[in-house]
Design a protein around this ligand. Structure first.
Ligand SMILES: NC(=O)c1ccc[n+]([C@@H]2O[C@H](COP(=O)([O-])OP(=O)(O)OC[C@H]3O[C@@H](n4cnc5c(N)ncnc54)[C@H](OP(=O)(O)O)[C@@H]3O)[C@@H](O)[C@H]2O)c1
Length: 336
């Protein structure tokens, strides 16, 4: 008998490539997914995947989804929602998932945490390994929630037989994961006048929009490489515990600008930090402005543990992943 895998949030940027990967993995017999939107896996030609609509805030839906499952994968998350919504879905919803997985007696629980769980601290070792405790950044809701949830997961499963795998990807990108570009281009929606001007400038022939680049390096990981790492943990490769995930190499916002046909202007790091600090003060009006902190502090991860223990060899480096994301964004009309 192969594995039955239950997935929360299978319709997102990580979930869809994972469903595609699990169709291929022989050890997996069936997959059940649950999120709120309508979704028809049969349209993709997938044979193993069943889908139902439900909310991680509803414990009965989780109990039904996990009944008889061998492995739970928790991907459901509100990354860019409002303050109240992210707290409800992420903190209450994830605790519901952890408790329901324990109650259902699954063998393994795989949770997608993030590089953000470490927090963005000037004194963090570079590159950072899984031995460094995830302390989060207080002024950045996503980072604080990711750190809080890793501790909550350990508490929830304490004394149980459920093996917990915590994956910490950097920014996930690729042709079907364009969130980074969507945020760069679409931040105009947050009321920041600069991106509006940049977009307007982009419509004038010969005048490409300009993105400020402080030179901070960050990592990217391709969605298909994340799917392979998740599949390895679903199959029980390596010891339970935390694993950093990042492709080889790094990029800057200047590279992102070039990939999407924008210009970039180099701004000194202290100036960028000043801007980040200002944006964080304005975060009272929109929590999304807290994301500025992620781009004015360098947090680069060491991925040796995933490579050694999971046998994970990412196929795409940061530059290739960026190019593929830019192509995907163009095809999706994000750059029109
Ligand atoms: N993308 C990245 O760069 C990245 C990097 C590191 C870590 N991660 C982590 O990886 C996980 C998955 O990320 P992603 O990029 O796939 O996110 P995503 O594209 O935003 O997808 C989120 C998924 O969660 C579902 N969901 C949201 N609220 C839900 C609720 N209340 N009940 C049930 N399902 C709900 C969504 O579907 P509905 O909205 O239809 O419910 C969707 O399927 C998250 O924990 C994220 O923090 C992502």
């Amino acid at each position: 008998m192969g594995l039955t895998v239950a997935i929360t949030g299978p319709t997102g940027e990580i979930g869809l490539p994972l469903l595609r990967e699990l169709e291929r993995v022989e050890a997996v017999e069936s997959v059940r997914g649950m999120a709120r939107r309508p979704f028809r896996p049969e349209l993709a030609g997938w044979q193993k995947v069943a889908y139902r609509r439900g909310d991680v805030l509803d414990r009965d839906s989780l109990a039904a989804l996990f009944e008889g499952a061998d492995v739970v994968v928790h991907l459901a998350f509100s990354i860019f929602g409002g303050r109240g919504q992210t707290r409800r879905v992420n903190l209450i919803g994830s605790r519901n998932v952890f408790a329901a997985a324990r109650k259902a007696g699954v063998k393994r629980l795989v949770y997608a945490s993030s590089v953000a769980a470490y927090g963005f601290h000037a004194d963090a070792p570079q590159p950072i390994t899984e031995g460094v405790p995830p302390r989060g950044s207080e002024g950045f809701y996503y980072s604080a929630q990711k750190a809080e949830l890793e501790a909550a997961l350990a508490d929830s499963l304490d004394g149980s037989d459920v093996a917990a795998y915590v994956l910490r990807p950097c920014v996930v990108a690729g042709p079907q994961a364009t969130m980074l570009i969507d945020r760069v281009v679409g931040s105009a929606r947050l009321g920041d006048p600069l991106p509006k001007l940049r977009r307007w400038a982009g419509r004038v022939p010969g005048l490409a929009p300009v993105l400020p680049d402080s030179g901070v390096h960050f990592q990217l990981v391709h969605h298909d490489d994340v799917a392979v790492a998740l599949a390895a943990t679903i199959e029980g490769a390596g010891d339970p515990g935390a694993y950093n995930l990042a492709g080889t190499g790094t990029i800057t916002l200047g590279d992102v600008a070039r990939a999407i046909g924008w210009h970039s202007v180099r701004v000194p790091r202290p100036l960028a930090s000043l801007g980040g600090g200002f944006a964080r003060r304005l975060a009272f009006f929109s929590p999304q402005l807290e994301w500025a902190i992620a781009y004015d502090h360098e947090v680069l991860m060491d991925t040796a543990k995933a490579r050694q223990e999971l046998g994970w060899v990412p196929r795409f480096d940061a530059q290739e992943t960026l190019i593929q994301m830019a192509v995907g964004a163009r095809e999706a009309g994000l750059l029109d």
